[in-house]
Design a protein around this ligand. Sequence first.
Ligand SMILES: *Cc1c(COP(=O)(O)O)cnc(C)c1O
Length: 451
Amino acid sequence: MGQLLFHSTNGKSPAVNLREALLLGLAPDRGLYFPEKFPKLAPEEIATFARLPYHEIAFRVLSKFTDGIIPSDILAAMCRSAYNFPVPLEIINVRIFLMRLDQGPTASFKDFAAQMMARMFGRFLREDNRQVTILTATSGDTGAAVAHAFHNIPGVRVIVLFPIDEVSESQRKLMTTLKDNVRTVAIDGKFDDCQAMVKRAFADPDLAHIPLSSANSINIGRLLPQSVYYFYAASRVAQAGEPVVFSIPSGNFGDMMGAVVAREMGLPVKKIICAVNDNDAFPKFLATGDYQKISPSRNSLSNAMNVGHPSNLARLVAVYGGQMDDTGKINKLPDLAAMRRDIFSTSISDERTVSGVREFWDNFQLLLEPHGAVAWQGFQDWNAAEPLGNSPAVIVETANPAKFPVEVEKVVGWAPDVPTNMLASFKLPEDFDRMEADYEKFKSYLLAKHA
Ligand SMILES: *Cc1c(COP(=O)(O)O)cnc(C)c1O
């Protein structure tokens, strides 16, 4: 079978296979890699998932992308070791479920992608005898997940940039307490500044001799593993072939694109609810067709979603036949009617985020943190506009409430229990560099590190 090829959303770079797409991160024309066509899973194959554990479903989904690149016994072993933690689906109400993606090593959903991506990277680098520096901007959880996943992977150096005032203490400690091949840099600026610096470094000819790669959600390796839990959830809450509603708290739209990929591969989906915080560029675009990125991005309680211009939007636009360049300019409008049929988007204020946490606890005795609360309120908004009927629905909780102890305690009156893997990090000393949001300074820093 021929290898699946990935092309750039900017359309000016040659198509590459998964190995190259993963190692490069961003395409040379600054576009995002995306499959030329989506591999399909037959309904009968999807129906068998109901009897399979998570890691087996991961193997079956991901092998469609890795055929000819990673031998299947190796991929199966990667899936087994990456996905050795539970993925709880708690009943909220009859057929409405809460999927907790917070049981991985850093207690956020980003572990799902980072753990698999690090294994693939490690293998590709070893095969080619290559080295790489992974440059990542984080709004809190990516940095921790990436740092943990790539910690001590031979051939990899990790540099994480985070906005000093926009990450919680526990988010910060999960990334600044690792040593060895992991370096963290606190930037006096916003997440968008960090992301802009990283993007500029990738395009800088003076840094061309440094083999840079990205582990942000711009990397296709971050995206594909995030399609798996939608297959998994459907296999547990729906009958074979029955469409599911997913409500997803969204920032850079990597998580949401996982659901889009799953649907393109054949998973029956009734609606994808893309719930955002005050950074409402996308719901406005979906309603009007006019895209205005939000700059600077707005601070909200759900800080991992303080994104003024979701980088994966270029991929979503591509799925619907449009073209958006890397600056956010739309050169060709996507099929908005089709997009609206498949996707609902709504902006949730901090006030409603707080009341979401409170009502969820009062009504169901289940604890949410701010991101999950945005998804819950987004589901309410959708359900007010379109009837759920008897369909199953899955609300995605993307982080452990213990990552946001201050916000949660303010609402319910007590601090959530801290998972043991987080407690271990808290006991270690922190170590990070600090820098202004100044690209030239960052460039010198990178050059010095690679001298
Ligand atoms: C990163 C993150 C999000 C947003 O995910 P995207 O893929 O960027 O849309 C939501 N919740 C939490 C807890 C996160 O860490």
